[in-house]
Design a protein around this ligand. Structure first.
Ligand SMILES: [Zn+2]
Length: 126
């Protein structure tokens, strides 16, 4: 018996996938070519990972600039956060996570639940 498949009828059972590299933090992620193109179209032709995408959107909204300018600003931020280049991708991802975490904390109604980290971390860029 034919089960109702979730995919649209047409025979395109599988989509071509590729490994995209984030233009900001350099993290690699396997995704479909269609998804890659969609994200790239959103971010001035550059593919960025989910974390950086969130950070860029936040940057654009906060600064009132376009996605392209925000992408550049975020890429520079990640680059400068990496310092002399001794920091690996893991550190860069941690920086992006920290930024996202700060955003979530700032937006959360009960932001006082967790004790804030050291204030020194807030002096990076921006
Ligand atoms: Zn990224």
């Amino acid at each position: 018996m034919d089960s109702a498949a979730t995919t649209e009828g047409g025979g395109a059972g599988e989509e071509a996938t590729t490994t995209a590299t984030c233009a900001c933090c350099g993290i690699g992620e396997e995704c479909t070519v269609r998804y890659l193109a969609r994200v790239a179209a959103q971010f001035a032709g550059a593919w960025v990972c989910g974390l950086c995408a969130e950070a860029i959107k936040d940057e654009a909204a906060r600064r009132g600039v376009g996605i392209e300018a925000a992408t550049r600003a975020h890429a520079e931020f990640v680059g400068s956060a990496a310092g002399a280049g001794s920091a690996g991708p893991a550190v860069q991802v941690a920086q992006a996570l920290l930024q996202l975490f700060k955003k979530v904390m700032a937006a959360a109604p009960g932001a006082a639940v967790l004790t804030p980290a050291t204030p020194a971390a807030g002096d990076l860029g921006i």
